[in-house]
Design a protein around this ligand. Structure first.
Ligand SMILES: Nc1ncnc2c1ncn2[C@@H]1O[C@H](COP(=O)(O)OP(=O)(O)OP(=O)(O)O)[C@@H](O)[C@H]1O
Length: 844
């Protein structure tokens, strides 16, 4: 039997648009064998290397992300002397290394020194690398950029065309950025990032250059006039926008953490990994760019029309096949392409074509559909048909190497035909060999082992015990395996000479073809990168549309001239999924509705939920999602600040908690503008009542003193004295709201409805009773509360006890005095056991 063979090839069925449709929310497609795991593994290993230059108040930043082999850069941006923007960038991308020039000013030295000493940041603490300042020279950096070997630039481009092309992507007028890019290229080349073990002529793969914008520190907002809305880590956490991480890095999706109940969790129905990554990015960068927001909403609205649901389902299904193309391109660049990569790429490209064809039938007035129709070019067809015609998917899987289909190369076909005919031929050879062998040997076969050649295989006879017994005259013993002895004979040597290289030849020729195919694909890498960008966008918008449909969200509108927000019957997107019946509430701030809303109400009456719902609806609108409200009009909002209790803040311990609390409020006081939304819940609760109340009143008075530039503030508080003692100035800026309740005997009924007014009592005793506190304690609480309200002194429990003891003593003494010791019927034992002993426990 010969271990040879060629497998008939068949083209796999691509997921064309005409296939059976899955539901809008159908589970993600099951990935091919090993696909998902591999993507995850590679993503886990992804690293970012950042290069930074700081000069005259400006930063130049560029970084390389190994997960998509792309270089990202930020055009020169101003930063504070304390390098707040740089710190923000580092927090967001968590680089593995930070490269900078050895020649730099004091601020940078101090900053890097601090960064290097942050032991608590292990294992995330970056390595700091200094390169000689010449490596950051302007001219040398430009040269390095222009002479780079980039797979996205076709070989056919002339030098001038290449320069023109690169100038359209890289801002050569941003000198610091160019120098940072130059330094980064130098670092990548020197460290050989990702190609450490490769041949020296293999360079670090660079699949593209992309501009990025960052979530800026508040202090830089006005300087950069950015569209981004500022939201800090605590806000993400207390509003439950993300659950698994307090401030998720968008670059590390595969963190291994599972998303708990969070806004991201309920809105994320993305089918491809890059879609999920993009949604996370949108969440971390809410924007005021109305053009962008409306273009997102247009797509969502389109898919919510009943006649478009089928189309949405079909597109969603196709998106499940869009896989991690950058990873495949990177492997191609390094010639590490796996057998499965071809299949995955083919499916991705085929699905992209399906998306394009579908989008061509959709209204071209919607930008995304127009972009997909135009930018998913015929290059995709070219790639798909090349792969489909050349790669033998089944054969490749069976042999675990790249094999080609018939009719691609006649020489390969011919060699394969000869190999196919071999089994019969080898059986004939084996028969002839058997004739010359010892008659005790019952059978033999001729096998082929790559790199060793043809061998005669004979079963081991029971008499063959020692190695010396294996010797057979005329044959060279090679090895024993699975009770079979293998020999080389004159005939097998002849076969080696005649056919031996056939296998290797076929392999070599097929590898060459694979290399050519790789080059063809890499030359069209640009279209594949674009596919990923636009497909992720479509994926995110379909995901948001699906959530909007399920939860009954509506389209928000933006009014840049309105300061604040106007929400009609808004809901808390998470609480409405947990509550049996959720009561919607409206919100209006700005204009004649005041800028500071003081919300009082009994415990558990829904104040926090209301506060958070305002923040969440605003946030969702600024991400470009539909919102849980009948109507929402969102004005210019530049930031959302919060000071809301969370379990984590309480677990910090009191003093840390107080610091944390004050820092949060200080951040809002120092940075909130008339366009900011500030949500404060139970501020001042962690300290004693008077201090807490004073602090809260002081903060609010500070803002109210700003008049028309006062931020939009929502304060939920249990400090009724804030109102009763009239600690806030009267005027149109303040509006008092409360949660509607109704007393039903001893019971308090919550309506969860916001209305104008002030709560008369906190009804804490009701909440306490519901929480299962003993009646005695509640009664005492009520007693104390009443005494405070009526201005009477409160007697400590100890004193009360003493009074009670005295009273009991008197009663007992009276009993003794009334005792008639002359009475013959008197039984002192009974008197002692019935009257004295039980009373003793209340006296002692
Ligand atoms: N609009 C609503 N519709 C239905 N149920 C609600 C609504 N708002 C709140 N609830 C219910 O009331 C509970 C308490 O709400 P919330 O925490 O907002 O009260 P609170 O007034 O802030 O209480 P505290 O003053 O003790 O912090 C929620 O967990 C929820 O079950």
């Amino acid at each position: 039997m010969a271990a040879v063979g060629a497998t008939p090839a068949r083209t796999p069925q691509g997921p064309g648009p005409g296939g059976a449709s899955a539901g809008f929310l159908s589970p993600a497609l099951v990935p091919g064998p090993g696909e998902a795991d591999e993507e995850d593994d590679e993503e886990q290993l992804a690293e970012i290397h950042l290069c930074v230059l700081w000069n005259s108040g400006y930063l130049g930043i560029a970084y390389y992300d190994t997960s998509d082999s792309t270089i990202y850069f930020m055009p020169d941006a101003p930063d504070h002397e304390s390098l707040k923007l740089l710190q923000r960038v580092l927090d967001e991308i968590s680089p593995r290394s930070v490269v900078t020039s050895a020649k730099q000013d004091e601020n940078m030295t101090r900053f890097l020194g601090k960064l290097a000493s942050q032991e608590h940041r292990e294992p995330k603490r970056p390595e700091i690398i200094f390169l000689p300042s010449v490596d950051f020279g302007l001219e040398i950096s430009k040269q390095r950029l222009l002479s780079g070997n980039y797979s996205f630039i076709p070989d056919s481009m002339t030098t001038t065309e290449k320069i023109l092309f690169l100038s359209s992507i890289i801002p050569f007028d941003c000198l610091l950025t160019v120098r940072a890019l130059g330094g980064l290229l130098k670092f990548l080349g020197r460290r050989r990032i990702g190609v450490e073990l490769e041949d020296y002529n293999v360079s670090v793969p660079i699949l593209g250059f992309k501009k990025f914008v960052f979530h800026l520190p508040f202090c830089l907002f006005s300087v950069l006039r950015t569209h981004l809305v500022s939201i800090d880590q605590d806000t993400y956490s207390v509003l439950q926008i993300f659950k698994s991480e307090s401030h998720p890095s968008v670059y590390k999706v595969a963190s291994g953490l599972k998303e708990g109940l969070s806004l991201f969790g309920i809105l994320n129905r993305c089918r491809c990994k890059w879609g999920e990554k993009l949604l996370r990015l949108w969440f971390t960068r809410p924007t005021q760019d109305l053009g962008e927001l409306n273009s997102r909403l247009d797509v969502i609205q389109f898919f919510l029309l009943p006649q478009n649901l089928d189309m949405a389902q079909m597109l969603h299904r196709l998106l499940g096949h869009i896989k991690n193309v950058p990873l495949i391109l990177k492997r191609m660049k390094l010639s590490h392409t796996k057998v499965s990569d071809w299949h995955v790429l083919y499916k991705t490209v085929y699905s992209a074509l399906g998306l394009r064809d579908a989008c061509r039938s959709l209204p071209q007035s919607i930008q995304l559909f127009r972009d997909i129709s135009q930018e998913f070019s015929d290059d995709l067809h070219h790639i798909a048909s090349l792969i489909g015609k050349v790669v033998d998917f089944e054969g490749s899987l069976a042999e675990n190497r790249f094999t080609v289909l018939p009719n691609i190369d006649p020489e390969i076909d011919e060699k394969k035909r000869r190999l196919m005919g071999l089994p019969g031929f080898l059986t004939e050879v084996a028969r002839k060999e058997l004739e010359n062998l010892d008659s005790r040997i019952p059978s033999c076969s001729v096998i082929y082992i790559p790199l060793i050649g043809f061998l005669l295989s004979i079963p081991r006879l029971p008499s063959m015990l020692e190695a010396s017994d294996f010797e057979i005259e005329g044959l060279d013993f090679m090895f024993l395996s699975e009770e079979k002895l293998h020999y080389r004979s004159a005939r097998t040597k002849e076969l080696d000479a005649l056919l031996g290289d056939l296998h290797c030849d076929i392999r070599d020729q097929e590898t060459l073809l694979m290399y050519q195919l790789q080059c063809q694909v890499l030359a069209r890498a640009a279209v594949l990168t674009r596919v990923l960008d636009l497909a992720s966008r479509l994926d995110v918008l379909l995901s948001l549309a699906s959530a909007a449909q399920d939860y009954g969200y509506s389209r928000p509108c933006y009014s840049p001239r309105l300061l604040g927000v106007r929400i009609q019957n808004g809901r808390h997107p998470l609480m409405e999924l947990c509550a049996r019946t959720f009561v919607p509430n409206s919100t209006e701030c700005g204009g004649d509705k005041g800028r500071v809303k003081v919300i009082t109400g009994p415990n558990s009456s829904g104040k926090s939920i209301y506060l958070k719902q305002v923040g969440l609806i605003t946030f969702m609108a600024l991400v470009g999602s539909f919102v849980p409200a009948e109507e929402a009009e969102i004005g210019a909002v530049d930031a959302i600040f919060t000071r809301i209790h969370s379990c984590e803040s309480i677990s910090l311990g009191l003093s840390t908690f107080m610091i944390d609390l004050n820092q949060q409020v200080a951040k809002a006081v120092n940075n909130a503008t008339e366009r900011s939304l500030v949500l404060i819940d139970e501020f001042g609760k962690g300290t004693n009542t008077v201090d807490g109340l004073a602090l809260l009143a002081a903060v609010l008075r500070h803002w109210l003193a700003l008049g028309p530039t006062c931020p939009h503030i929502f304060v939920a508080t249990n400090f009724l004295s804030l109102v009763q003692l009239q600690l806030l100035p009267q005027g149109p800026l303040v509006q008092y709201l409360t949660m509607e309740t109704c007393e039903d005997g001893n019971d308090l009924v919550f309506f969860y409805q916001v209305c104008e007014g002030v709560a008369t009592a906190s009804h804490a005793s009701h909440t306490a009773a519901q929480a299962g506190l003993p009646d005695k304690l509640i009664a005492r609480g009520k007693e104390v509360s009443d005494l405070i309200c009526s201005g009477k002194s409160i007697k400590p429990v100890k004193e009360l006890l003493k009074e009670k003891q005295m009273e009991n003593c008197h009663i007992l003494v009276d009993k003794f005095l009334k005792l008639d010791l002359e009475d013959p019927n008197l039984d002192l034992d009974i008197f002692m056991s019935r009257e004295v002993l039980p009373a003793a426990t209340t006296i002692l």
